[in-house]
Design a binder for this molecule. Sequence first.
Ligand code: HEC
Length: 122
Amino acid sequence: MTRNLKFRNLYLIMLASLLFTSCLTNVEQPIEEEGEDPVTVDPCESITFSSNVKSIIDNNCTQCHSSSGGQFPNLDSYNGVSSNASSVLSEVESRRMPQGGSLSNDEITAIKCWVDNGALNN
Ligand code: HEC
């Protein structure tokens, strides 16, 4: 009789812990599923010449790099900037340019994005 009770208690404990673990598993599953496939946003995706790069160049470079400024390369048009895209990028990344000023990290990133995406007339 006592022996039977012991077995019953053991059985109940096992049943209880089985229920408990299955409950835990049910709670954890949806959290793991939500964590899958985080959407990565490409910071370069929205960068264009007309809406980002042109104003950075106009505000920081063309006082020297234009026909009136006289300094080579001429950066006052899309053609001037795109045909010198790699040297423009290396000058601003190294912060040698703009001479006497500086660009913000976001402005340098925007120029890098645009050059890396092919220096398009977009
Ligand atoms: C205050 C005038 C001035 C401003 C503003 C200026 N530059 Fe320059 N830049 C120069 C001068 C002077 C040189 C040539 C001498 C030198 O390299 O330091 C030059 C050279 C360059 C060159 C050629 C480097 C080479 O020798 O291959 C590039 C490319 C350039 N600048 C890009 C830029 C860009 C992009 C900006 C704006 C973010 C800018 N510059 C702003 C004066 C300026």
